[in-house]
Write a protein that binds this ligand. Structure first.
Ligand code: DX5
Ligand code: ZN
Length: 206
């Protein structure tokens, strides 16, 4: 692959020192910050992964807070088209996420209107879960029989993977063609986050 961007998920970090943790990650070479937002939890500046029940209501507040990308779950809205338009009108890039149980056929009709597709590789909720390798055919059917999903159908689309990604699983993601790599616990729990970030990035450029 031609390289990817590494976005630490700080969901598992010490919330009392969130600002410092963000700086520590940027200081360690992170390309962007993946910020997970769930119902009842506060928002922050950055690239927002909205795991909330009514994503429509947070578009403006996130734009005002300085978010540059707003990623919502296809499962959480009845009108993805209107939401995409609203996010754009508020000056943010659009990410569209699908949970493990949602097939990529539901995302495909929107792929030409979004900046990034997020293929969840765990059930949304918390960090430290096991990577679901069987999600990789959504990114690209490497060994499949003629149907090549997102990476082949939409070569210029940013494709992000999120959940259980670290040194042990990055190869599968890179091989499938994901180019935005979220990694939470593998980076945050490391004594040397910089080396983990570099390792993940290097595998993508192999
Ligand atoms: C899961 C979140 C992820 C999570 C990733 O609901 O969307 O971003 O924090 O953490 P790891 O890499 O530990 O699975
Ligand atoms: Zn996330």
């Amino acid at each position: 692959a031609s390289g990817c961007k590494i976005g630490p998920s700080i969901l598992n970090s010490d919330l009392a020192s969130l600002g410092a943790e963000c700086l520590r990650m940027l200081d360690s070479g992170a390309d962007y910050l993946h910020l997970d937002v769930m119902d009842g939890h506060p928002a922050l500046q950055g690239d927002m992964h909205m795991m909330v029940s009514r994503p429509e209501q947070w578009v403006k507040p996130m734009a005002v807070a300085g978010a540059n990308q707003y990623t919502f779950h296809l499962e959480a809205t009845e009108n993805p088209g209107a939401l995409i338009k609203d996010i754009r009108e508020n000056g943010m890039k659009v990410g569209l996420a699908i949970k493990p149980g949602t097939t990529v056929e539901y995302l495909a009709p929107w792929a030409n209107q979004i900046d990034m597709a997020l293929v969840m590789t765990v059930e949304p909720g918390f960090g430290g879960q096991k990577f679901m390798e069987d999600m990789m055919p959504k990114v690209k059917e490497v060994f499949g029989s003629g149907v090549h999903w997102l990476r082949t159908q939409f070569p210029s689309l940013d494709i992000e993977v999120d959940g259980g990604v670290g040194p042990d699983t990055i190869h599968k993601c890179a091989e499938a063609g994901a180019n935005m790599i979220v990694s939470g616990s593998a980076i945050m729990r490391s004594e040397d986050p910089r080396s983990v970030i570099n390792l993940l990035r290097n595998v993508c450029s192999e």
